[in-house]
Design a protein around this ligand. Structure first.
Ligand code: FES
Length: 280
């Protein structure tokens, strides 16, 4: 089990000299990360070149760093800053804001159990507790064999399949404690595991490369959406409902005239405002 870094106890009577303090050395060599190569720098520059404003490429660039180094390292932050011509502090501010960027090494598979309200009451809390016991880890920790990093996550907009577990950001729907244990055991045993609504699961580093914008050509493997997510569409088709046309959505660009729908909305708003005024 990965242990949090130890913080030495502070003696209340001790005089602390700031001059004597030095920041702990980053654990640069405690995992199997691959140092950034000239090829990686070239790919970072290629990502930045996709955008009119190069710094817009920072998010996929950080994913690329993770695909190579297994996390966002100080070297990765400096590389992004150098390519984009911004400060390391600016890159660090982004990398530490989003939970998808990791500062500690991640196992081969990042398993996230949704413990947000709906999933929690449908069994997400039980799944998370069972996996913690089974893997002998706490939240955001990696199993002893380095295969599985477990974390609890917030709603992944998959509530129609609660309780949901994500593996490297692929959906594993309608889980139970038993099925979740089966998934992690199969992954640890090197078996192929198919996500519920996507392709077979790849490693976290491979998934990070896809998120950086380098496809693995597996995007069309597996269904894109499940029946529960399509119920609304089926009802709409059954009743002949259609989306409003572009014109009906607002003032027509060509003539500047208002559609009936907009006129109606304007009238309702004016009436509400009048009533509100009269009520004062
Ligand atoms: S609450 Fe779990 S996916 Fe929405």
């Amino acid at each position: 089990m990965t242990q949090p870094s130890e913080v030495p106890a502070v003696d209340p009577g001790m005089t602390v000299s700031t001059a004597a303090y030095s920041a702990p050395a980053p654990d640069r060599f405690d995992d199997d990360r691959t140092p950034l190569t000239p090829e990686t720098y070239a790919e970072l520059r290629a990502i930045a070149a996709r955008y009119p404003e190069a710094r817009s490429g920072l998010l996929p660039m950080l994913h690329l760093v993770q695909s190579v180094e297994g996390r966002v390292t100080p070297e990765g932050i400096e590389a992004c800053a150098e390519v984009l011509g911004i400060s390391a502090a600016e890159v660090s501010g982004v990398a530490t804001f989003y939970t998808m960027y990791k500062r500690k090494p991640v196992g081969d598979y990042l398993v996230g159990v949704c413990t947000n309200t709906l999933c929690a009451v449908m069994g997400g809390d039980l799944i998370f507790e069972r996996l913690k016991d089974h893997l002998d880890v706490g939240n955001d920790e990696t199993s002893e064999d380095g295969k599985i990093t477990l974390e609890h996550i917030e709603c992944n907009a998959a509530c129609d399949y609660a309780p949901v577990m994500m593996v490297n950001w692929e959906f594993m729907d309608n889980q139970t404690p038993d099925s979740a244990v089966q998934v992690v055991d199969d992954l640890r045993a090197g078996k192929d595991v198919q996500s519920t609504r996507g392709p077979r699961l790849c490693t976290w580093k491979q998934a990070e490369r896809v998120l950086a914008g380098f496809p693995d050509d597996l995007a069309d493997e597996g269904p894109a959406a499940g029946p529960a997510s399509l119920v609304g569409l089926a009802i709409a088709r059954d009743r002949g409902w259609t989306a409003p046309s572009a014109d009906a959505a607002g003032t027509t660009a060509a003539t500047g005239t208002k559609t009936d729908a907009v006129e109606q909305a304007d009238t309702s708003r004016a009436e509400s405002e009048t009533k509100a005024e009269e009520g004062k």
